[in-house]
Design a protein around this ligand. Structure first.
Ligand code: ADP
Length: 664
């Protein structure tokens, strides 16, 4: 077996691979960018080598730097993880040239599947069913349009080199074709340096079901059943489960065999995933083959009891597959939720920031947490905004969903906006519980899924006030203990005076609105007056911010995270952030003018679609921003005239800067 392997990746997948390597007694070498010097994967590995500055193009994507690190450290093999160089044939070739084993498929197999168009050609020839479409060489707009017309709308334009849902546009009618094509090509060029596209019939209510396959160097092949990844946003998976609900035994076998046929058509070796799109009547069509480990591989591990990273390493070393098809069985049900730094309420816009507070549920036989970050780490613009994957297992789907709800409740993230609440509403949605799955699920149930954002209520204000009181009294106790006269009345922090009820006002800002809480200090107790309602409060607070509160005799347990004036209340059912206002230093909040457009996140200007003086209608696209490899279109907020444009294509921006102004 190998003595030492290098992991050409970062984040949760690098940590995941290190775990299997440790189990197998193999030493690990991590690589890292300047931004990742103290990242979790660097700490977990036996050795770590810096390979360049923060941007992936200058570090994790630099083939020579990684090969050099492998040679210097004496690593015999490289695991590429997923993303970055995992499906890069040039990288696999460079490994081969330098006598380093690439833990992945042969170069030719990567190349064959690297282009979606070519992959379709090969699969068509191997009689694997395909979605009707065009995947030819001729890329002239006129021809693509006529092919789209032939296929019939809606059609889907896809970047041939695509992945991760990037470079894809749905076109509903001929009139939208030209714009959709331009956008798909632009995104494809910036993400994959290749603007070739293909066109497919767009299925309106499909499921995404993929088959995990594994092949060894001796030509043995097995499939490790399916994963249902139909719950997606922006064509990217958010929830994945195995087995696929409602899957018939015969259909499973049929799909498994088709997947093996697909793998064998390209002499595949290692772990691969054959993705199928499944129509309402159950017919399935080949979409693409991913020649690497998938983000969602853990659900397969939990239902089969296998370690797929271990399998990858064994096969790369030249061992036979650890199991035959007959040995493999499905046990129970598994579900994975991807926790992202993103804002579901702003069209899943990626978010960045410092993870000032981070808690995950305890790992056990039912719950597994795969993550690459720790409290105090940052989610930056440079890399994928995934914070962690929660994976749960139970004997059936219903129990599994309950486990997931609980695991999500037990996950706390402060400092960065996340999709945790959104995932909770997804998992508890009756249609999801009833397994009514299709790739349009999130859009179809949009109203109910986004309704759930928690309203500020009196209890939250009471908890925030109680926290301030207890935190203040804790600090005064510390001060008192440290002073010569610990009983001095000067250390008392409440407005207490003998026999008089005294009152103190505190103000909070939540969602742009100010709220007043009046604290009434009585002889023996404290009462809060909120919106004419009196609530008597008491409680205890420990050093971890855990607040045990009694509100009118009802006990509530929350965690409070304080960051400057901002307080985040974490309850198992909700999370709420509000700001304590210091009225003595009159806070004024700058409001931006109604027609000004602010950059929602740091990024790069890709295109400015208007010039100063242009008349625009509300909703008209004005500027295209790229952040975290995704395009975001900034649209006119009102009918008016473009007054000032502050940036041009190519400019880099910070979050919150004014991009342009539209005057009514
Ligand atoms: P990527 O490689 O970018 O992930 P895929 O080809 O795997 O792109 O497609 C991603 C998702 O887009 C699928 O899971 C599915 O939801 C949707 N999709 C792809 N092709 C079609 C199609 N022909 N009709 C409807 N939806 C599709």
């Amino acid at each position: 077996m190998f003595n030492k392997i290098l992991i050409a990746n970062r984040g949760e997948i690098a940590c995941r691979i290190i775990r299997s390597a440790n189990k197998m007694g193999i030493k690990t070498v991590a690589v890292y960018s300047e931004a990742d010097a103290s990242a979790r994967h660097v700490d977990l590995a036996d050795e770590a080598i810096e390979i360049g500055p923060a941007p992936a193009r200058q570090s994790y994507l630099v083939i020579e730097a990684i090969i050099d690190a492998a040679i210097r450290s004496g690593a015999e093999a490289i695991h590429p993880g997923y993303g970055f160089l995992s499906e890069n044939a040039e990288f696999a070739e460079a490994c081969e040239k330098n006598k380093i084993v690439f833990i992945g498929p042969p170069v030719e197999a990567i190349m064959a599947m690297g282009s979606k168009s070519q992959a379709k050609q090969i699969m068509g020839d191997a009689s694997v069913p395909l979605v009707p479409g065009y995947h030819g060489e001729d890329q002239s707009e006129a021809l693509l349009l006529s092919e789209a017309n032939k296929i019939g709308y809606p059609v889907l334009i896809k970047a041939s080199a695509g992945g991760g849902g990037k470079g894809m546009r749905i076109v509903n009618q001929e009139a939208e074709f030209s714009e959709g094509l331009a956008a798909a090509k632009r995104e494809a060029l910036s993400s994959f340096s290749d603007d070739k596209v293909l066109i497919e019939k767009y299925l309106t209510k499909p499921r995404h079901i993929e088959i995990q396959v594994f092949c060894d160097q001796a030509g043995n092949a097995v499939y490790l059943f399916e994963r249902d990844c139909s719950i997606q946003r922006r064509h990217q998976k958010v929830l994945e489960e195995a087995p696929a609900p409602g899957m018939q035994v015969e259909r499973r076998e049929e799909m498994g065999k088709a997947a093996i046929a697909a793998a064998q058509a390209i002499n595949y070796v290692g772990a691969g995933t054959v993705e199928f799109i499944v129509d309402e009547d159950g017919s399935f069509y080949f979409m693409e083959m991913n020649t690497r480990l998938q983000v969602e591989h853990p659900v397969t591990e939990l239902i089969t009891g296998q370690d797929l990273v271990e399998w990858q390493v064994l096969v790369a070393f030249g061992d036979k597959l650890p199991s035959t098809q007959n040995d493999l069985t499905i046990n129970g049900h598994a579900l994975e939720a991807r926790i992202y730094a993103e804002d579901p309420d702003r069209d899943f816009l990626p978010a960045t920031g410092l993870l000032s507070h981070l808690r995950f549920p305890q790992d056990n036989q039912h719950v597994r947490v795969d993550t690459g970050v720790r409290e105090g780490d940052s989610v930056s613009v440079h890399y994928d905004p995934m914070i962690a994957k929660l994976i749960v297992w139970d004997r059936d789907r219903a129990s599994c969903l309950r486990r997931m709800s609980r695991a999500l409740d037990d996950t706390q993230v402060v400092g960065v906006t996340t999709n945790i609440d959104f995932l909770s509403s997804l998992v508890s949605h009756p249609a999801f519980e009833a397994a009514q799955l299709d790739t349009g699920f999130i859009e179809e149930h949009h109203e109910q899924l986004f309704l759930d954002s928690h309203e500020l209520n009196d209890n939250i204000l009471a908890l925030a006030t109680l926290y301030i009181l207890l935190d203040r009294s804790d600090r005064s106790k510390i001060n008192a203990n440290n002073s010569a006269d610990s009983f001095s009345p000067w250390h008392s922090t409440n407005a207490w005076q003998a026999n008089i009820e005294t009152i103190e006002d505190v103000y909070f800002l939540a969602n742009g609105t100010e709220h007043l809480v009046q604290i009434h200090y009585k002889n023996q107790s404290i009462e809060l007056l909120i919106d004419k309602l009196r609530i008597s409060v008491s409680g205890t607070l420990n050093n971890n911010g855990e607040l045990d509160a009694h509100l009118d005799g009802t006990r509530t347990h929350v965690t409070v995270v304080k960051d400057g004036d901002s307080l985040t209340i974490l309850h198992s059912d909700y999370q709420y952030t509000l700001t304590a206002l210091d009225k003595t230093s009159q806070n004024t909040f700058e409001e931006s003018a109604p027609g000004s457009l602010i950059s929602p996140m740091p990024g790069k200007v890709i295109d400015v679609l208007v010039t100063e003086g242009d008349k625009v209608a509300a909703g008209a696209p004005l500027l295209i921003l790229e952040a975290m490899k995704m395009e975001h279109t900034i649209c006119a907020p009102l009918d008016g005239t473009v007054k000032t444009i502050h940036y041009k294509a190519g400019d880099m921006l910070d979050e919150g800067v004014e991009l342009l102004v539209v005057e009514e």
